[in-house]
Design a protein around this ligand. Structure first.
Ligand SMILES: [Zn+2]
Length: 397
């Protein structure tokens, strides 16, 4: 048995500004008591703040976001399977140190995500939810993480081979032209092709995830019943209402675009690009607030591995942006705990009796600032406690 005493906590929907005692037996939470309650014959952990384990909803584990040299990034893409796997292992450790216990990898064409999922299963590292290899239109954007298809028949056939993926990832639109503040090119797939893929995914029982920005692409994604829209730049209130009504979730991935705005020289972006990035982010920020007000499910995801986005830090940077956009603290925390698990049908994300013990602990409450959550003092899975070198140690009660 394991007992956790926390000075304050977040239960998955509400912040509680008072002490709590959480008792864990095997894999499950067996009691939640107001205040500090001594539990005999139990190891005890004392922490400042307790919440469900954090979720990073959009990452590419085989990539390092803190390699800023674009020539080195280019060369790394030839480094090969073993190097990619080693990078992924390090990134999982970084995520854990940031309080993450579940990460959704949104695609790599080498299958590093699947390999990491297999080798870390049952370990104290974050659980990997893997999209495997994504699906894209032949010749269009997505070469480092997607397989090419040419029409509705080959697209559906490709999706049917994704039985070992946790999510089916579809590349629906291209990248963004910063200076023009617009998506480059039209959607990669038409509605018939997209419907063929979502139907095939439904037959497999897999949620769908679409790389998608721009009104044209987002409109198609909503019509085809895509589970979550990744990036979603250039949303508007009409589309947000349709997403809320249809249960389409949104992963905003704020930080990779903000990083380019703040480091234009690193990517050769000129003054026109910087001005465009400012407009794009102003709109994205406004849409974050609107999405919350209109009841859209927001999944916290940073596209960690992208240029400038380090695993772990990226998630916390994205959370800071959501708070800055006006989301209440409880909504920010829900986007990285209960909301993604609910969207994916994964048990957890709630601190309550009978729920899986899948928790993150921190030295202090985020009420004093979200940066308090950047470094975990422990992650807890069942009775297994992982702690970095810190003064927070397990002691027999
Ligand atoms: Zn991505």
């Amino acid at each position: 048995m394991l007992t956790i005493h926390a000075d304050s906590w977040f239960d998955g929907s509400e912040l509680r500004h008072r002490p709590v005692t959480v008792v864990i037996d095997g894999p499950v939470i067996t009691a939640v008591h107001d205040g500090r309650v001594a539990v005999p014959s139990s190891a005890t952990l004392h922490v400042g703040f307790l919440c469900p384990g954090l979720v990073e909803s959009h990452a590419h584990l085989f990539l390092d976001g803190h390699e800023f040299d674009t020539a080195k990034r280019q060369a790394y893409m030839e480094a090969g399977y073993d190097a990619f796997l080693a990078t992924g292992r390090r990134n999982l450790e970084r995520l854990r140190a940031s309080g993450v216990t579940l990460v959704r990898d949104c695609g790599d064409k080498w299958g590093i995500n699947h390999a990491l999922r297999a080798e870390t299963a049952g370990s104290a590292l974050p659980v990997v939810r893997s999209a495997g290899v994504a699906v894209r239109r032949k010749g269009r954007y997505g070469s480092f993480f997607a397989e090419e298809v040419v029409d509705a028949v080959t697209a559906a056939a490709c999706v049917r081979t994704r039985g070992d993926s946790d999510d089916v990832k579809i590349v629906l639109t291209g990248i963004i032209d910063f200076a023009a503040a617009a998506v480059k090119g039209g959607p990669q797939f038409n509605l018939d092709e997209l419907n063929a893929m979502t139907v095939a995914a439904k037959e497999l029982g897999k949620p769908t995830v679409a790389h998608c920005s721009g009104r044209e692409g987002i409109d198609l994604a909503v019509q085809a019943g895509i589970g979550s829209i990744e990036h979603g730049f250039f949303l508007d209130s009409v589309l947000l209402d349709r997403m809320a009504a249809g249960g389409t979730a949104w992963t905003p991935t704020w930080i990779p675009v903000a990083w380019v705005r703040d480091h234009p020289e690193a990517c050769g972006v000129g003054p026109d690009g910087v001005a465009g990035l400012g407009r794009i982010l102003d709109q994205h920020r406004a849409n974050l607030g609107e999405a919350h007000r209109r009841g859209v499910t927001i999944l916290a995801g940073s596209d960690a591995g992208s240029l400038g986005v380090r695993h772990g830090d990226g998630l916390h940077d994205d959370l800071a942006a959501y708070a800055d956009a006006g989301l209440p603290l409880a909504a920010v925390l829900a986007s990285a705990t209960s909301a993604p698990r609910r969207a994916w049908g994964v048990d957890g994300g709630i601190i309550g009796v009978g729920r899986p013990a899948d928790l993150a602990a921190f030295a202090a409450s985020p009420v004093a600032g979200l940066s308090r959550l950047r470094q975990a003092v422990a992650t807890v899975r069942g009775e297994t406690v992982w702690q970095p070198a810190s003064p927070y140690s397990l002691a027999a009660a």
